[in-house]
Design a protein around this ligand. Sequence first.
Ligand code: ZN
Length: 96
Amino acid sequence: MPRKNRRAPDEYAPPPAPPRPQADAPVWALVPGTEVRRMASEKPYRCPGCDLEVRPGVWHFVVVPEDAPDERRHWHEGCWRVELNRTRGKGRAFDL
Ligand SMILES: [Zn+2]
């Protein structure tokens, strides 16, 4: 016989988190000398990792080299992870 231990639908439902346009990036995504933030924007961007569009409203990383603020790039989270693995493999020390 199935046990009836399901909660009432809205008993513990937390209020939906307000949308935040920006947030701190997780530790694995951080690179020394580079500002990395998570954000969801209203505009599409071109991801340099896969050359596809980062769609509006999708959480992704904004990567800004501190010594070249004009080089701001918007990366899919997965693409940034791949890029970090790739560049680490080439011997750049990211100290993570
Ligand atoms: Zn991508």
